[in-house]
Design a protein around this ligand. Structure first.
Ligand SMILES: Nc1ncnc2c1ncn2[C@@H]1O[C@H](COP(=O)(O)OP(=O)(O)OP(=O)(O)O)[C@@H](O)[C@H]1O
Ligand SMILES: [Mg+2]
Length: 477
């Protein structure tokens, strides 16, 4: 705070005597003093050397004290300088007017020196205090502003950090998801690879001997036929056989043998033919490791999968067999990964069998005739649709949303891994640019709808748009 000695008091009065008396008294009291003899000169002076207090006479030539005060209060640079009016003792109206114009006080003429000094001193002190306060306020405001800036910066930093943490977390979650998917795929692929290898191994081992038998059966039946004809010739040419021959013929029941032998041979032929078909199916199923896209008959894949699952479709004690109805459309050959497609058929059909078996175990009267219906058709000439429906218990709505989630299963521990549907979904959507949908009304069974493009080439509009996430209907030329 400034000391009283350094405070500058401006006395504005047109009466030299007043100026003199007041100047002397104030100078003696330690103030610095400036004087002005008119309102105009005072305003000019204040602008280049602002005082700490103004003693302002009212009655002056030119602009009077009130006007001077008014102008000073209008100017932002001078409005805070305290003004003390000097007025005659009786002038109450002037005192009120002066105060209402913004003056802080008034002193009455003739001057009482002690009173003037006391009032000046008080207002100078007040002024100094105000200035100090204003300065402090300013500093405080600055500090507040600086703090606000710092806080804003900190907030921004925190936000940036939070954003980065969020982004990293998202990246980690994505990585984890990818890893999980890869793991899931590995587990299923391995499962299927093992099954495929086993199937392929068995098929290979059985194939040669069965082919050998099947091929030779033709000769066996031809030779047998020849022998039988020869025997008949003997019987005709030599009707009186020796007793020894007759005994042997009776012993081996020649008549029955002659009738039965061709039947046995033909059923053997049917049997080996069936084995050959089974081997063909097994081989078709075990194409799982074919990594390339092939042009294949999808029906063959479905058939071979049904063949593998045949045992599970058969009737069991107290339970009827699961009937399979096929409504195969006239499908063209399709470009796909045959092994992977078989994997999908395997998963969907196994689930249908599981659902029907569960229903038969727990609610036998509910499914008196368990069945699976397989429908295939061409859609809009560029895609094929395979629908596999069962009449099991269906899938509750809250579960439907989750069946394609990896590891989601409703089956008891050790029975289901919960991978089948998520893998199948991936195979159909990501590998074949198709779609796999599940429609189910609880209590009314479930239907899985596979839709894939017929052609998988880069030029095909359907595949191209599917790769971009859209469904197109254009066809590959
Ligand atoms: N046809 C269906 N009827 C009723 N529920 C089904 C059917 N298909 C799938 N689900 C439900 O979807 C779940 C997930 O099927 P998903 O094939 O992924 O796994 P899972 O069959 O349980 O196990 P696994 O990995 O051995 O196949 C099943 O547990 C079952 O609840
Ligand atoms: Mg399953």
């Amino acid at each position: 705070m400034q000391t009283p000695e350094t405070n500058l008091i401006l006395i504005v009065d047109d009466t030299p005597t007043n100026l003199e008396v007041l100047s002397e008294a104030l100078t003696d009291a330690g103030f610095e003093v400036a004087v002005a003899t008119s309102g105009e000169s005072a305003i000019e002076q204040i602008e280049y050397d602002p005082p700490d207090l103004i003693l302002l006479d009212i009655m002056m030539p030119g602009i009077d004290g009130f006007e001077t005060c008014y102008r000073l209060k209008q100017n932002p640079q001078t409005k805070d300088i305290p003004v003390i009016f000097m007025t005659a003792l009786s002038d109450t109206v002037d005192k009120v007017k002066g105060l209402s114009l913004g003056a802080v006080d008034y002193i009455t003429k003739p001057f009482q020196q002690a009173e003037v000094l006391a009032r000046v001193q008080i207002h100078v002190n007040l002024r100094n205090l105000n200035l100090a306060l204003a300065e402090k306020n300013l500093r405080l405001e600055q500090e507040i502003t600086e703090r606000a800036i710092a806080e804003a910066a900190l907030q921004q930093l925190t936000q940036d950090l939070e954003q980065r943490v969020l982004e990293r977390t998202q990246k980690l979650a994505d990585a984890l998801c990818t890893l999980e998917k890869a793991q899931v795929q590995m587990v299923q692929s391995e499962k299927l690879a093992t099954l495929g290898q086993l199937v392929a191994g068995i098929a290979h081992e059985i194939n040669n001997p069965v082919n050998f038998i099947h091929a030779n059966l033709y000769y066996v039946s031809r030779y047998t036929q020849n022998l039988l004809e020869l025997l008949k010739l003997y019987q005709n040419q030599l009707p009186n056989a020796t007793p020894e021959i007759q005994a042997k013929a009776e012993d081996i029941d020649l008549q029955y043998l002659l009738e039965d032998l061709p039947k046995i041979l033909s059923s053997m032929e049917i049997g080996t033919k069936r084995i050959c078909e089974i081997i063909k199916s097994l081989r078709s199923f075990s194409r799982h490791d074919e990594a390339e896209v092939k042009v294949v008959d999808v029906h063959e894949g479905i058939e071979s999968t049904l063949m593998i699952l045949k045992r599970h479709l058969e009737a069991k004690p107290g339970q009827p067999k699961i009937q399979v109805f096929k409504e195969y459309g006239n499908l063209p050959k399709v470009e796909c990964y045959p092994g992977k497609m078989n994997q999908v058929f395997m998963n969907v059909l196994s689930n249908a069998i599981d659902a029907l078996t569960e229903a038969m175990d727990n609610y036998p009267s509910y499914v008196p005739s368990p069945m699976i219906r397989i429908t295939t058709e061409v859609r809009e000439s560029d895609r094929i649709v395979i629908k596999i429906a069962d009449n099991g218990l269906g899938i509750p709505e809250n579960i439907q949303k989750r069946i394609f989630d990896p590891f989601f299963t409703t089956k008891p521990a050790g029975k289901g891994t919960g991978l089948g549907m998520s893998i199948s979904h991936q195979i159909i959507t990501e590998l074949h640019y198709g779609s796999l949908q599940c429609i189910s009304q609880p209590g009314k069974g479930a239907e899985f709808i596979v839709e894939i493009p017929i052609c998988d080439c880069e030029q095909c509009d359907f595949v191209r748009s599917a790769k971009k996430g859209a469904i197109a209907t254009a066809m590959c030329k």
